[in-house]
Design a protein around this ligand. Structure first.
Ligand SMILES: Cc1cc2nc3c(=O)[nH]c(=O)nc-3n(C[C@H](O)[C@H](O)[C@H](O)COP(=O)(O)OP(=O)(O)OC[C@H]3O[C@@H](n4cnc5c(N)ncnc54)[C@H](O)[C@@H]3O)c2cc1C
Ligand code: FES
Length: 424
């Protein structure tokens, strides 16, 4: 054997040893990640939260609506299209605590021209719990892009234009199952797109004040600096808490937006960015944002290998993020033949039709038939569309945020599973 051959064998043996060592370390990290990720699971959009009593059973809470007076109104962005409303109870009693991520349900009497109508809308609490006040942060909604002929958002414009300091609003107690779990302080990744940042602000503030040592990441996606809310406050928090990692993403920065100073990434919040930035750790992910963001990010996290029980998400309106379960990678069930489609009967209206698979929900189906159905959030949160099931079964596209009465369903997130008779 020559000296060169011997050196090659020695080099090869060393390389093999290093490779084996790296493989063992990676395997151990992967095993720890899987083990901690699944043992800390406490529910998500896929698993109903069992640990939270209905809102009305929280000590100091109330059922139905309570009056609040607006004490302060404050714009949060340079565009002046996002405004915070600080609300104090008219009765002066202390407010019950809420879980960071929960929302308030408002019933508003809105005057449009000569008509007045009562509408219901939900808004996330955007701060850490405080017995003195509740704060919601609301974005003014214009007509959909490219459709200026349509009317702008009713509730958000009412808040911006007609709700002033001193206005009295009627509000249901905080509720919702999308909230920060404190599972033994496992590290959390908060992802907020656009106005979807509001529940994340509450989670962030609460974490940093109650468990300041917890590792927390915030990925905040907006188009540019004009939409950036609470910028100074977020930077200040990041400077004061070394375990808080702030990543602001501008998808369309403007010339005056300076990388490093105003934002960290010129992109959307996407899976590539998360994979590059996050270490291999058993994170719990909390996501709220526009439809496109949710529809790409939630399945991408699952594909990356994140345990579905560690992915928690909420949409502010109808969303088509598929229900995430451990079995969600199985192929979808074949579509039933037209003749096999269930029949839906609306008893009080004496209307019966075969289910139309083009309808996103029973609410849409009923509205297409000309029925007048109360609705608010259209996302399973406010309870306005709750309807009694006389017979049959429904399946839901997501876990409801509203605590549904036994024997009822929320039309906005339900489809028939069998022939169905509804009381409506
Ligand atoms: C749990 C939860 C929490 C939420 N938290 C927040 C929050 O913290 N901050 C926040 O700002 N929002 C939040 N939302 C969203 C909020 O509840 C409202 O949905 C939002 O303010 C829009 O309501 P709106 O009445 O202004 O608009 P709507 O009147 O409901 O209209 C919505 C959109 O439809 C358009 N439109 C009107 N007519 C038509 C038509 N014929 N065809 C098609 N489009 C039409 C409108 O122009 C508008 O763009 C939350 C929602 C939920 C479910
Ligand atoms: S409309 Fe709000 S729960 Fe259905």
């Amino acid at each position: 054997m020559t000296i060169q051959q011997l050196s090659s064998y020695i080099a090869l043996a060393i390389a093999l040893q290093v490779a084996a060592f790296v493989a063992v370390v990676l395997f151990q990290k992967w095993r720890d990640y899987r083990r901690v990720g699944s043992s800390t699971a406490m529910g998500s959009d896929a698993a109903p939260a069992q640990d939270l009593p209905p809102a009305s059973e929280v000590p100091g809470s109330w059922s139905g609506y309570r009056e609040f007076r607006v004490q302060r109104k404050e714009f949060e962005d340079r565009n002046q299209s996002i405004c915070s409303f600080y609300c104090v109870p008219v009765d002066g009693q202390a407010l019950p605590p809420f879980k960071p991520g929960q929302f308030l349900t408002f019933r508003l009497n809105v005057h449009t021209g000569r008509d007045a109508k009562s509408i219901v809308r939900c808004y996330s609490l955007s701060h850490a719990p405080d017995p003195g006040y509740y704060r919601v942060t609301i974005k003014r909604m214009g007509p959909p892009h490219g459709k200026p002929e349509l009317p702008p958002g009713v509730s958000s414009n009412y808040f911006h234009d007609q709700v002033e300091v001193g206005t009295v609003l009627t509000v249901k107690a905080p509720s919702g199952h999308f909230y920060l779990r404190d599972v033994d302080q496992s590290p959390v990744v908060l992802i907020g797109g656009g106005i979807g940042i509001t529940p994340m602000l509450s989670m962030l503030e609460t974490t940093l004040s109650l468990t300041p040592g917890r590792e927390v990441w915030l990925f905040y996606g907006i188009r540019n600096g004009r939409e950036h809310i609470m910028k100074a406050k977020l930077c200040d928090l990041a400077q004061r808490h070394p375990n808080f990692h702030l990543h602001v993403c501008y998808s369309r920065p403007e010339p005056e937006d300076i990388p490093g100073r105003d934002f960290q990434h010129a992109s959307h919040v996407n899976i590539g960015l998360l994979r590059q930035t996050l270490n291999l750790r058993p994170y719990h992910f909390y996501i709220c944002g526009p439809r496109q963001m949710m529809e790409s990010l939630v399945p991408a996290l699952a594909d990356w290998g994140v345990d579905p029980d560690c992915i928690h998400y909420e949409a502010f309106g109808p969303s088509t993020v598929p229900k995430l379960t451990k079995a969600s990678k199985e192929p979808p069930a074949p579509r039933p033949a037209a003749a096999a489609l269930p029949k839906v009967r609306f008893a009080a209206s004496a209307i019966e039709r075969q289910w139309d698979t083009r309808a996103d929900s029973l609410l849409e189906f009923a509205e297409d038939l000309g029925l007048s159905v109360p609705s608010g959030c259209r996302a399973g949160s406010c309870g306005s569309c709750q309807t009694k099931i006389v017979s049959g079964e429904v399946e839901t596209s997501k876990e409801p945020d509203f605590d549904v009465t036994t024997g009822c369903c929320l039309l906005c997130i339900s489809k028939p599973k069998s022939d169905l008779v509804l009381s409506l």
